[in-house]
Ligand binder design. Structure first.
Ligand code: ADP
Ligand code: MG
Length: 567
């Protein structure tokens, strides 16, 4: 070995390692899934790069992942023939965490094991999970196409630092050797490893191989011939999305979800479709149950895993779904794109637009199906991702009606802050003669619920939507109508209650207005240029007066936001 040096882990890695080892202990077997997942990613990356540069195969195009173990030495080895890593790659990928927002994520961890393990799951555990079971991890790797002398040996006990050195590695790819901790010897066992591969990594499209093990007593006669060790595939090694739906069970779908999403928890629901014809594609789209830790970071990676004719092309292809569906994880595999496609080409390819609109519809359909068939799961979904969906009506005019049906609101009908009322529910409860959909926006739910503007609605039994999220006023300003009913902010302008008001009532209001002309005049004088106008109203039943905004003025929420921004 040459050029050996010792380097410290980035602070965040140290913190993560520490927390992970403790909080994921009850899930320790997932280390194997993570390492096989990386081996598979590395193999797919090589296959992609080799499309334009066959030499990267170095004459050996086989891509299988191999798993070996040694009971006596207490080691488990995972070896791939993938893209491998250079010395710089190793330092970057196995010494730091590149995700932005990591520090603030870590500061959210509480020390409560159950809570933290969930958070860490959302963050993604990856390579470092090896240290849950290993007291030392050795990585031997060489980048495909690099000189044999550019092999790199990385070694660490997962405490504060790691060593890195160069060595000669004839075969490209990565070999990871785990020296198991005392008490974790159970993993150096053929039966255990095989069952874990089948449980977690069956769907990996690259063969995962292990040495064939013969049961004691079998084939004894042939022992003399000292056969060469024979490998066998342990997984089914077909890309999961290419298999027919009827062949797949929920567990398989969930494991595949974890592989592509790097999520630790199950998905909430998914939609698997194969489409033939002009536009040919297979898609498998998942709705996560939990939000990723960086949902609100606009630069956070998002998008689907793109395959062309089953060859992996890229991660995070974000052209295939609009921003308001950025939480969707999944795979799209199309025959309409060229294998040589790049991010730049994707931006111009008209097929991408077609795929994007097809996939967007798939997601919206999947969500409306979920809403229809499983109200409880939909409520979970809405709680987590509702405020992202609220960006939809403005971003995606073409699907506005579908998106509107997905929205859920708090309302005077339920009176609780839970957003559970759909616009269809609202419309079905409209009073005779009611033409509009009424809503109020406030800083928080209680202010909305107790708004004096609601008094007349309460009296007449008319439902009002209660909005109090930051995005709400902006969203409502983008909406015009639902099902032919206009939206009306109850704090704005003249209240038009449509035909819910009888002639009698209108007449009475006019009489009252006449009676109080004098008062209005006096108030106008006193308040002068501080208000636009003063009106006699019946919108109040208990409060003597309230402020109303002009029909075309900015709402109160917006005003506050603009004021806060110094406008
Ligand atoms: P993720 O898989 O989510 O990127 P990991 O912690 O699992 O995160 O891996 C970190 C990075 O280390 C990978 O993105 C990859 O660049 C590199 N890496 C890990 N394992 C391998 C491997 N077997 N071959 C090549 N690169 C690898
Ligand atoms: Mg990984």
């Amino acid at each position: 070995e040459t050029q050996k040096e010792t380097l410290g882990f980035q602070t965040e890695v140290k913190q993560l390692l520490n927390l992970m080892i403790h909080s994921l202990y009850s899930n320790k077997e997932i280390f194997l899934r993570e390492l096989i997942s990386n081996a598979s990613d590395a193999s797919e990356k090589l296959r992609f790069e080799a499309l334009n540069n066959d030499a990267l195969y170095e004459g050996e195009p086989e891509l299988a992942v191999r798993i070996e173990y040694d009971k006596d030495a207490k080691t488990v080895t995972i070896e791939d023939r993938g893209i491998g890593m250079s010395r710089d790659d190793v330092i970057e990928h196995l010494g730091t965490i590149a995700k932005s927002g990591t520090a603030s994520f870590l500061s959210n961890l509480t020390g409560d094991e159950a809570k933290d393990s969930q958070l860490i799951g959302q963050f993604g555990v990856g390579f470092y999970s090896a240290f849950i079971v290993a007291e030392r991890v050795d990585v031997y790797t060489r980048r495909a196409g690099a000189d044999v002398s550019e092999g790199v040996h990385w070694s660490s006990t997962g405490e504060g630092d790691f060593t890195i050195a160069n060595f000669d590695k004839p075969k490209r790819g990565t070999r990871i050797v785990l020296k198991l901790k005392e008490g974790e010897e159970e993993f150096a066992d053929g039966f255990r490893l095989r069952s874990l591969v089948r449980k977690y990594s069956d769907h990996i499209s690259i063969p995962v191989q292990m040495l064939k093990e013969e049961l004691p007593g079998e084939d004894e006669a042939e022992d003399a011939e000292a056969k060469a060790p024979e490998m066998e595939s342990v997984n089914s090694a077909t890309a999961l999305w290419t298999r027919p739906k009827s062949d797949l069970n929920d567990e398989e779908y969930q494991e595949f979800y974890k592989h592509i999403s790097h999520d630790f928890a199950d998905a909430l629901t998914w939609s698997h479709n194969k489409v033939e014809g002009n536009l040919e594609y297979t898609s498998l789209l998942y709705v996560p149950e939990n939000a990723p830790f960086d949902l609100w970071n606009r630069e956070a990676p998002r998008g689907l895993k793109l395959y062309v004719q089953r060859v992996f092309i890229m991660d995070q292809a974000d052209q295939f779904l609009p921003l308001y569906l950025r939480f969707i994880k999944g795979v799209v595999d199309s025959n309409n794109l060229s294998l040589n496609v790049s991010r730049e080409i994707l931006q111009k390819d008209p097929n991408v637009d077609k795929l994007r609109s097809a996939l967007t519809k798939r997601v919206l359909d999947m969500l409306s199906k979920l809403a229809k068939n499983d109200a409880e799961k939909y409520a979970t979904f809405w709680k987590t991702f509702g405020s992202v969906i609220k960006e939809g009506p403005a971003e995606d005019m073409g699907n506005r009606d579908k998106i509107l049906k997905l929205l859920r609101f708090a309302s005077t009908h339920t009176g609780t802050s839970e957003q559970s009322v759909s616009l269809e529910d609202y419309v079905s409860r409209m009073q005779e003669g009611q033409k509009k959909i009424y809503y109020v926006v406030a800083d928080n739910f209680n202010t909305a619920k107790n708004s004096p503007h609601l008094e007349v609605f309460r009296k007449k039994g008319i439902e009002v939507l209660l909005l109090s999220e930051r995005i709400d006023e902006w969203m409502m300003s983008q909406l015009f109508d639902f099902d032919g009913h206009n939206f009306q902010d109850v704090t704005k302008g003249e209240l038009d209650l449509g035909e819910t008001e009888s002639e009698e009532e209108k007449q009475k209001l006019e009489e009252v207005a006449k009676e109080h002309e004098g008062l209005v005049e006096r108030l106008n004088k006193v308040l002068d240029d501080r208000v636009d106008s003063i009106r006699i109203t019946h919108r109040l039943t208990d409060s003597p007066a309230c402020l109303v905004i002009g029909d075309y003025d900015m709402g109160l929420q917006m005003r506050r936001i603009m004021e806060a921004a110094g406008q």
